[in-house]
Write a protein that binds this ligand. Structure first.
Ligand SMILES: Cc1ncc(COP(=O)(O)O)c(C=O)c1O
Length: 422
């Protein structure tokens, strides 16, 4: 008898993320099948950064590898919540960059935001507990929630997810009326009693930053209902302008606050998997127990290199310089993207306040638009629907991968504009 995969996996395989499906459609073989030249494709699809990691970090990796003793050490397990020295260095980095009052005891190191998000759901919620997500929001949360706190709902495993609409598709604005968003959030908590509210800042896919007033209300409401507020700070260092004060909030002052951070974006360590979570000591202890069964310990080599780099770069002032320079590069790429959209497409779009993306109103089903544009121009966008219903007639445009090649941004928009004008 043929063994079968788990119920949840069988269900999830049948409903893959729409973003993955489009990325598959744009793989080399498919592009050739469409009669296009893969080297000529311009992709606004990738949710990743393309600036250089700090050169000093690369040297540190080499120094560790070149030293037999250090290399041997990097092959050993670290403590489950991460090396104490790494946790201290990360706390120092938060104090240095964001003036945050935080210590090592409030930090657990993991393998990037994705693993930490999965594990925090397991740690703070039970199957069937409710969660509030924004609409739109980062597309991976839904699957992560089904896997961790999903529950059988009449033959289908579902997570109890409530969406708070933050995109006004009439006016094409992000949270145009903050008081109204807060009232709707209050009503959701009062009626549904969710355990968690989670949002990214800056956000993927909109690159908007939920305003200060909203974050303060979110903290108060979650506190009142004994719920957790999780801030996904994957793009924390990539704000074009002054950060709102909640970027400095500490779990020392707010016991229901959880922040998730990562090396992926700021230091271009997407593949060198390392991230961390900041929370009360209770939550950190819970996460330690969860990590014992999920990853046992975070990567030792990356912890050693990151720790040494952060300490040095804070001392000689190069960390702030690096972060500022990188931010400037993305700000410029964002400006070029918006100008190219305005010049060649004239469609409604959001001006990024940070991060790597914008979203654009295409006035028709986003899936159909993306397929048609790809076939006819070799330019790839991501359909908006995977991020929430509010973006079903929209696409996400990522300038992250093209940050060093901004001419391609302009060329891509020119091509699409020419095609759409017939
Ligand atoms: C909002 C958000 N959170 C988390 C992640 C995943 O980051 P990591 O590489 O740290 O797992 C991404 C990746 O694009 C993201 O956009």
């Amino acid at each position: 008898m043929k063994p079968s995969l788990s119920d949840i996996v069988q269900q999830q395989i049948k409903s893959p993320s729409p973003i993955r499906q489009i990325m598959k459609m744009a793989d080399r073989k498919n592009i050739i099948n469409m009669g296009l030249d893969p080297d000529d494709v311009i992709s606004f699809g990738g949710g990743w950064v393309n600036h250089e990691a700090p050169e000093r970090l690369r040297e540190i990796y080499r120094e560790i590898i070149d030293d037999p003793e250090l290399f041997h050490k990097s092959g050993g397990y670290s403590a489950t919540p991460g090396d104490m020295e790494t946790r201290e260095a990360l706390a120092e980095m938060e104090r240095h960059l964001f003036n945050m009052d935080i210590g090592a005891e409030n930090i657990i190191v993991g393998q990037g935001s994705t693993q930490l998000t999965h594990d925090i759901f397991k740690t703070i919620a039970n199957p069937g507990d409710g969660i509030v997500l924004l609409d739109p929001t980062y597309a991976n949360y839904e699957g992560q929630l089904i896997y961790t706190i999903g529950k059988d709902a009449g033959g289908r495993i579902e997570a109890r997810i409530y969406r708070l609409r933050v995109m006004d598709t009439e006016s094409w604005e992000f949270m145009p009326d903050v008081s109204d968003a807060i009232e709707r959030l209050k009503a959701l908590f009062s009626e549904k009693r969710p355990k968690i509210l989670l949002f990214p800042a800056p956000d993927n896919p909109t690159s908007q930053i939920p305003p200060e007033k909203f974050a303060k209300a979110a903290l108060d409401i979650t506190q009142d209902y004994g719920a957790y507020l999780i801030l996904d700070f994957a793009y924390k260092t990539q704000v074009f302008g002054k950060e709102p004060s909640y970027f400095s909030w500490s779990p020392r002052d707010h016991e229901n606050l959880i922040s998730i951070l990562s090396n992926s974006k700021w230091g271009r360590g997407l593949g060198r998997r390392l991230g961390w979570l900041e929370a009360s000591e209770d939550v950190i202890a819970g996460m330690e127990r969860t990590q014992q069964v999920s990853i046992l310990c975070p990567d030792t080599l990356h912890q050693m290199a990151t720790t040494r780099y952060i300490k040095e770069a804070i001392k000689d002032g190069s960390l702030k310089r690096y972060v500022e320079e990188v931010k400037e590069e993305y700000k410029k790429a964002a400006e070029i993207t918006i100008k190219a959209i305005d010049d060649h497409l004239g469609m409604r779009r959001l001006v990024p306040k940070g991060g790597l993306y914008t979203v654009m109103d295409v006035g028709m089903d986003g899936d159909d638009f993306v397929k048609d544009v790809l076939k006819n121009t070799g330019v790839l966008f991501i359909p908006g629907k995977g991020f929430g219903e509010s973006l079903k007639n929209a696409v996400r445009i990522s300038y992250g991968p093209l940050v060093n090649n901004t001419d391609k941004i302009v060329e891509g928009m020119e091509r699409v504009g020419r095609y759409l004008r017939g």
